[in-house]
Ligand binder design. Structure first.
Ligand SMILES: NC(=O)c1ccc[n+]([C@@H]2O[C@H](COP(=O)([O-])OP(=O)(O)OC[C@H]3O[C@@H](n4cnc5c(N)ncnc54)[C@H](OP(=O)(O)O)[C@@H]3O)[C@@H](O)[C@H]2O)c1
Length: 349
């Protein structure tokens, strides 16, 4: 099969490309040429900016993909331009979305109040009704009009296109731009006796996925030929969550990380009444953020190739080698108290 990957050279993408290339597929990666992954030699590169994708239609036509894997659709016009560019070339897209489409995300962020959504979130669970979740400031330079819901709808509603949408969890592993575990690990490696977590956060359950495992799920979806619906002769669209089968609480994740890191300390959950008033996590941790990955397991036979302990071990080895320049950039930094505050609380216990 010929696969055009939009993106593919940074964090998750290279693993997907390596899986697909090792199965004998022919791959072209469309990207700007700013990031350079160590991809197999046979992978073609079409260099350009996706915001002008239509200008590269001749190269795409020449490559003649059977499927387009859109790794980086963030805004409505990203999907629109792909559809316009490939309409006479290819009728299948696999697009990468996120668990941030679910309304549960807005409950956690306090945008929706007085309700809790039941978890695990299935593919038909309620979606956010407030668009543009990062309009007031986005991580990693995401555009303010980032909106995966609009991306999904645009792909799913395109005529004569079969769209597969993959909703990803929080992804960890080597090259994670968010260094999800770095702040926790740094505390452990400094030999701290304990790490205090606010009680609600300690018991908050959320969906994660190891980069190589998530990539395996993406590769399976790309390879999977969904049959035409014989009754309507329209294409069948499908949405799949990808996430670990048994989600951890934050405390369980931290405890496993500590064990793998050889840390001798303990994780302590503390009621927020014992924490400084000035320290407030701006999230509603009563709402778990767990997705149900049964559909992709049952329909595509998805199973993680790497078990969770090994995945976390590989991640912490990478985090030790390549810590972020500024530890406050690590996604786990927000969960931690200042060390002096933590020391004072530990002393008083
Ligand atoms: N990380 C998570 O926890 C998480 C969670 C949920 C969903 N996701 C989703 O996963 C996807 C991102 O995965 P990833 O970072 O691993 O992607 P990736 O495909 O590995 O890397 C990003 C790619 O995009 C290319 N790129 C960036 N801007 C471009 C542009 N304007 N035109 C053309 N190419 C461009 C980069 O190459 P150049 O720099 O060379 O252009 C690079 O190849 C996104 O859709 C994200 O929303 C991630």
């Amino acid at each position: 099969m010929k696969i055009l990957v939009i993106g593919g050279t940074n964090f998750i993408g290279p693993h997907v490309i390596r899986y697909l290339a090792s199965s004998g597929h022919q791959i072209a990666a469309f990207h700007r040429g700013k990031t350079d992954a160590n991809l197999p030699n046979q992978v073609e590169h079409i260099l350009g900016d996706r915001h002008h994708l239509h200008q590269y239609q001749p190269q795409i036509q020449q490559f003649a993909p059977d499927v387009v894997l859109d790794m980086i659709p963030y805004i409505l016009s990203d999907a629109q331009m792909v559809i316009e560019t490939i309409h006479s070339i290819c009728d299948r897209v696999v697009a990468i979305s996120s668990q941030d489409v679910y309304r549960a995300r807005d409950i956690i962020w306090g945008i929706e109040t007085n309700l809790l959504d039941s978890t695990p979130l299935k593919e038909d669970s309620p979606l956010r009704s407030h668009y543009y979740p990062y309009k007031d400031g986005a991580p990693l330079g995401l555009p303010p009009d980032y909106e995966k819901i609009l991306v999904e709808q645009t792909y799913l509603n395109a005529p004569n296109l079969q769209a597969t949408i993959l909703r990803l969890p929080m992804v960890y592993g080597a090259n994670d731009p968010l260094h999800r575990f770095a702040a926790y690990l740094q505390r452990m490696d400094r030999g701290r006796k304990a790490i205090i977590l606010e009680e609600n956060l300690a018991h908050w359950r959320s969906s994660y996925g190891y980069v190589e495992n998530v990539a395996w799920g993406i590769a399976l979806a790309v390879e999977h030929q969904i049959k035409r619906d014989s009754l309507s002769d329209s294409f069948l669209n499908r949405i799949f969550n990808i996430s670990e089968a048994t989600p951890f609480t934050e405390m369980e994740r931290l405890e496993l990380l500590g064990k793998l890191a050889g840390w001798k300390g303990e994780v302590i959950a503390v009621n927020k009444d014992y924490l400084p008033e000035s320290w407030q996590l701006p999230f509603n941790m009563q709402q778990d953020w767990v997705t149900d990955s049964n559909r992709i397991r049952q329909e595509l036979g998805y199973q993680e190739p790497i078990d969770r302990s090994e995945a976390m071990k590989r991640t912490l080895e990478w985090e030790r080698l390549y810590p972020p320049v500024d530890i406050s950039q690590s996604a786990s930094a927000i969960a931690l108290l200042e060390e002096t505050v933590e020391d004072a609380i530990l002393k008083s216990m």
